[in-house]
Design a protein around this ligand. Structure first.
Ligand SMILES: [Zn+2]
Length: 309
């Protein structure tokens, strides 16, 4: 059979990344562009098409060998009908039929998906949860995204809102969340919450990277901040483990770069909150694909949608 290739695109509020990926999930060429101006949809389509040509040229792959494109987006997506349900980062993209819009503007089929779901798909196929049929993936950053792989499929739920781990309520009296809930996980382990906690402990602003480094070299105050993040994460993860009984829990995103400073106390706390029979079986691990997880997942999504497993 002739070799098949796919484009993976990861649309962010600030930058958008795209890559040409082979069927095994190897990136052959990549590009990053600014997302500024994407509120102009025609400009977005043009930028995308130019990126496609350049990526193919760079990888010396003829465009006719490219089977499809997957696009990951930072908001809920109706993956079946190809509609972005809500997207706050780019003006005018909520309730936008992106797949229909790109038809004819790029020369192959396009599929769209929520970016955390893309990450979960990539980690479960070629990353830290490779081989697992049931995986829970969290991506920790400004927001806390989540993706569930259940029986090898992305779980979206009937309203395409499933898997929003960041909005799992942890405290009935906690802070109000922009999602409309109260005491959501994101309010305790999102970037801003961690920065606020660090400010309290250190009496000044401390960058997250510095706090990871300090924790590694044994700084007790930094260790305390990460332990508190781990505790809140463990409540959510322990609960989800008990409900879903996954094989693997994958922790990714910028905050996860804290590494053992976060993962070691997290594993210890999860033992406290997960059921006895489960906790020995479930592996909690750092994501393997880093910042590429989103675009790799988007490319793999296109591949699987086209039935080329
Ligand atoms: Zn919330």
């Amino acid at each position: 059979m002739k070799k098949a290739y796919y484009f993976g695109v990861d649309v962010g509020g600030t930058f958008t990344k795209a890559a040409l990926v082979d069927a095994a999930g190897k990136i052959l060429s990549r590009i990053q562009v600014s997302s500024a101006g994407f509120n102009n949809k025609a400009y977005f389509a043009e930028t995308l098409y130019r990126a496609v040509l350049r990526l193919a040229l760079e990888a010396r792959i003829p465009l006719r060998s490219v089977r499809g494109m997957g696009i990951g987006l930072p908001g809920p997506v109706d993956a079946q009908r190809g509609i972005i349900l809500s997207l706050t980062n780019i003006r005018g993209w909520s309730h936008f039929s992106l797949v229909r819009f790109l038809k004819g503007r790029v020369p192959f089929p396009v599929f769209i998906e929520n970016d955390a779901n893309c990450m979960a798909l990539a980690e479960s196929r070629i990353g830290a949860a490779k081989g697992a049929s049931f995986a829970l993936c969290l991506t920790l950053g400004t927001g806390v995204g989540g993706g569930l792989i259940l029986d090898r499929e992305i779980y979206r739920g009937p309203f395409f809102l499933g898997g929003e781990v960041g909005h799992m309520p942890l405290d009935a009296h906690g802070p109000v969340c922009e999602c409309g809930g109260t005491g959501c996980l994101e309010r305790y382990v999102g970037n801003q919450a961690i920065a606020a906690r660090a400010r309290k402990v250190f009496g000044r602003d401390v960058r997250l990277e510095d706090m990871s480094r300090m924790a590694r070299s044994g700084d007790r105050r930094a260790g305390k901040v990460w332990k508190d993040v781990a505790l809140h994460l463990a409540l959510a993860i322990g609960g989800l483990m008990n409900v879903l009984g996954p094989e693997v829990v994958v922790i990714g995103g910028g905050v996860a770069q804290a590494g053992p400073a976060l993962l070691t106390p997290l594993r210890a706390y999860v033992k406290k909150y997960a059921m006895r029979h489960l906790k020995a079986k479930v592996k909690i691990t750092a994501a393997a694909l880093g910042n590429d997880a989103g675009l790799l997942g988007a490319a793999l999504l296109a591949k699987e949608k086209l039935g080329q497993k």
